[in-house]
Ligand binder design. Structure first.
Ligand code: PRT
Ligand code: ZN
Length: 210
């Protein structure tokens, strides 16, 4: 039996469940349950908050997980990635108030930047030789400039309409992300074999979708 952690409820949930089903694995899922066993594959599914998934897989509480690369890299565990899954594509971008002049990332020197991704942003800014004050907030990052909390923000963007609606302009792409399959680094031989079967099926599903 191998344990796979997926997001309980959010943007990754539906596509994660569809992927498992398209792999030919049957299970009954219900919104109030925290785990489910598949009926035709030795798989147990755990439903968790996405932020908890990398740590649980690292610790072996779950063997496998489905999570966004943004959350995985922010958690400092990029080495757990085993397979890109091609859904939940988005980017982590820097944005400034629309009326603000902006020529390059050097303009952010000494500025206050609100983000939920201080690790990824810190690495990016350091790579560009920029020192800024990062303010870590966990939600509603886009309103920070309009309430005087920050000069710029760094947040997840997909369509861009949230930035537009908050009077912000996207100026730099810091990181590109998609959902990935992650795995504990010391799986037993039996679990490693189950992982390979799952990866084989996931790759076939992706090829069939193209
Ligand atoms: O409750 P839990 O902690 O499990 O979920 P969560 O609220 O932390 O995450 P959730 O469900 O919002 O997102 C899960 C993952 O989906 C993220 O970690 C990303 O990998 C991916 N993803 C893809 C996105 C988006 N697209 C996205 N658009 N995550 C967030 N957004 C937000 C964005 O921050 C913005 O505020 O959606 C808003 C709208 O985006 P626009 O550009 O389309 O307007
Ligand atoms: Zn989360």
């Amino acid at each position: 039996m191998i344990r796979l952690a997926i997001q309980k409820s959010g943007r990754l949930s539906e596509d994660s469940l569809s992927l498992i089903r398209e792999c030919g694995i049957s299970f009954v899922s219900s919104s109030y349950k925290l785990k489910t066993e598949a009926t035709n594959f030795p798989l147990e599914i755990l439903y968790l908050r996405d932020d908890d998934i990398p740590g649980y897989v690292q610790d072996g509480v779950a063997d496998l997980g489905v999570v966004g690369q943004n959350v995985l890299v922010e958690a400092g565990l990029p080495e757990l990635e085993v397979e890109p899954l091609g859904f939940s594509k988005c980017r982590l971008s820097l944005a400034v108030p629309r009326g603000e002049a902006y020529a390059s990332v050097a303009d952010l020197q000494g500025k206050n930047i609100a983000t939920s991704y201080p690790q990824i942003l810190g690495t990016y800014l350091a790579g560009h030789g920029v020192q800024a004050n990062l303010h870590t907030i966990s939600g509603s990052v886009e309103i920070a400039p309009s309430i005087g909390l920050a000069d710029a923000i760094c947040d997840i963007v997909s369509s861009g309409s949230t930035l537009l609606g908050n009077g912000l302009r996207e100026v730099e792409t810091v990181f590109r992300s998609e959902a990935v399959l992650i795995a504990n680094r010391s799986l037993s031989a039996e679990k490693q074999n189950l992982l390979e079967q799952l990866q084989f099926r996931m790759q076939a599903v992706r090829r069939a979708r193209r």
